[in-house]
Write a protein that binds this ligand. Structure first.
Ligand code: ZN
Length: 329
């Protein structure tokens, strides 16, 4: 250790005296040597100090690390809860698309519209350089996805509420009951289709359904609508035509008398008495001839009694009405 030793004396060559002179006995030499020791010691000490700072965490750092861990596990928990919420949301969406929207004849909502472009954005990149960045990013994405899905779903429900109101109105305007009281179906006389004409005895297409009933029996409007024709019609006798909207029209023929007060333009509701069974026009006995038209095309009325008949009664009606080969017209 030359630095601290004085056993080997230091010499320096003096050009003036041409001699080697001893220098370790001068004040300058001692001062420099002391300074060297002090500076060297300080550098070592400082180095050790810095190393300790980095190796041993301070209480504040310890607290921060603990906090970080707690935040991290809280995020893990949130992320798991969001997974569960998203699962419930998916079930609601499925029910919406495959049940509610099908029932109300609405198109299903495209998946892209339901989820939006949540993952395709740089908004979450700010979390990338954090130690816990991945979990924070994932959780934020899930939260945004759930928000987006909730928004779309609530819009869908708003739409369905409107559709169901419309649907309800539509149901009120579609013919759905029998035009005369026919509890035991005994009044079912003749059905829709090819039948023998009661007068000419030739095969003709019967465009409606006949209900045999005593003169004066109540005739009901089969759905809500407006009377567009009330009076005598060639062949039909006294006749009422009701326009129900939604492209549905019904016709009631061979009427004995119209209900008092009804005229063209009168509004009627399903079940209202509009007239009484008769035998007017081309008719071979007291009966009601009833027609249903959709978009101007004659329909088989027996498909429009769905509020009136159980499936069994419906079967029975088909049997009775197709049995009789001859109509009352
Ligand atoms: Zn008929």
């Amino acid at each position: 250790m030359a630095l601290f030793s004085s056993e080997n004396p230091h010499y320096k060559y003096n050009r003036k005296t041409l001699k080697y002179e001893r220098i370790d006995n001068t004040f300058k030499y001692h001062l420099m040597r002391t300074l060297r020791v002090v500076i060297f010691g300080s550098v070592i000490g400082f180095g050790v100090f810095i190393a300790l700072i980095f190796l041993i965490p301070s209480p504040a750092q310890k607290r921060l690390a603990e906090e970080n861990d707690r935040i991290n596990s809280q995020y893990q928990l949130l992320s798991k809860q969001l997974d569960e919420a998203l699962e419930v949301m998916n079930l609601i969406q499925e029910r919406d698309d495959n049940f509610y929207r099908v029932m109300l004849q609405a198109d299903s909502i495209p998946a892209a519209l339901r989820t939006g472009n949540i993952t395709n954005t740089t908004r979450y990149d700010q979390w990338d350089n954090l130690r816990t960045g991945t979990i924070v990013k994932e959780t934020s994405q899930k939260m945004d996805l759930l928000n987006r899905m909730l928004y779309t779903q609530s819009r869908s429900f708003d739409e369905l509420v409107n559709l169901s109101k419309e649907h309800e109105d539509r149901l009120l305007h579609i013919p759905a009951i029998q035009p005369v009281s026919n509890k035991d179906l005994k009044r079912t006389a003749s059905g829709y289709g090819r039948r023998i004409d009661p007068i000419y005895k030739t095969i003709r297409f019967h465009k409606g359904m006949d209900f045999s009933a005593p003169i004066g029996t109540d005739i009901f409007a089969t759905a809500n609508g407006t009377i567009t024709s009330i009076g005598w019609k060639q062949g039909y006798g006294n006749c009422i035509v009701i326009d129900h909207g939604y492209d549905y029209v019904t016709l009631y023929a061979h009427i004995h008398k119209f209900k008092k007060g009804l005229r063209r333009g009168s509004k009627v509701s399903r079940g209202d008495v509009i007239a009484y069974v008769g035998n007017t026009g081309k008719s071979t006995g007291p009966h009601l001839h009833y027609e249903v038209r959709y978009k101007g095309v004659h329909q088989n009325p027996q498909n429009y009694y769905f509020l009136d008949l159980t499936p069994e009664e419906y079967d029975e009606m088909i049997r009775i009405s197709s049995n009789s080969s001859q109509t009352f017209d």
